[in-house]
Ligand binder design. Sequence first.
Ligand code: NAP
Length: 285
Amino acid sequence: MAQIIDGKAVSVAVKEEVAAEAAKLKEENGLKVGLAVVIVGNDSASRVYVNNKKKACETVGFQSYEYALDENTTQEQLLDLVNVLNRDDRVNGILVQLPLPAHIDEKAVINAISPDKDVDAFHPVNVGKIMIGEYAFLPCTPAGVMRLIESTGVDITGKQCVVVGRSNIVGKPQSMLLLQKNGTVTICHSKTKNLKEICLTADILVVAIGKAKFITGDMIKEGAVVIDVGMDRDENGKLCGDVDFESAEKKAGYITPVPGGVGPMTIAMLMKNTLTAAKQQNGIG
Ligand code: NAP
């Protein structure tokens, strides 16, 4: 039976670290870390995410600035706001909640955010820096996954790592981070042949495909570390992951549950990135 990786507990530890550093910045440098969160329209899931991010800011002692814009906001208006926030010294990090309404070009908005304030690490400059290993910010979800793997005490060096999914926000950067930690990385996607055989080679298996309970116990190597990024709904509408937890936990050595695994880590790492941004912008090492 696998040991459960407690994402909630690890995320609390990360937020405590960030809160302690934020308090020190305030005391020693008179600096209050600020995160601007921009939401456009009325998407209910986005509203929940934004509220959670604001709550996390309160927990760690940051100032959050919310900009809730109407569904009909034009791309030009949104770009104008991003430019204002780029110049606002109170704002250390800028997060534009995705998805945006269809009439707005997400890429144009991401590219407009100053790379120094791009705490989601979606800007091409930050993506490029991840490729060469000289990054300031890591995309929050893959960074959270790395922290969860670290919490198991399993050394990535020389391990067979399989990442299922190649999205720009999870699969690709995840693969780079595992590679930087000296894993031997295989990336799988919807056109991969023999997915089961490849998964069975994995000492560390990270799954981010968006398909409920798709990876089953018979695809998992005995004792593997299994990280489930998926946030899906099962046939009863209940939140579940991309991994079939019930069969997988019988094979894995360590496994993340859904909920309570990767999910809480994403926001914790966003707080960490915002702290890093504040320090960098103020020349604090
Ligand atoms: P995405 O952009 O839809 O990408 C899905 C990836 O999975 C694609 O690369 C796709 O391959 C691959 N895929 C789809 N079906 C497959 C199959 N049958 N076999 C192998 N690969 C397959 O999704 P995403 O944004 O990376 O998100 C993935 C999941 O993680 C979703 O459930 C999402 O909700 C969740 N998520 C959670 C968090 C969190 O904080 N916990 C954060 C982000 C995402 P192709 O490239 O060939 O199409």
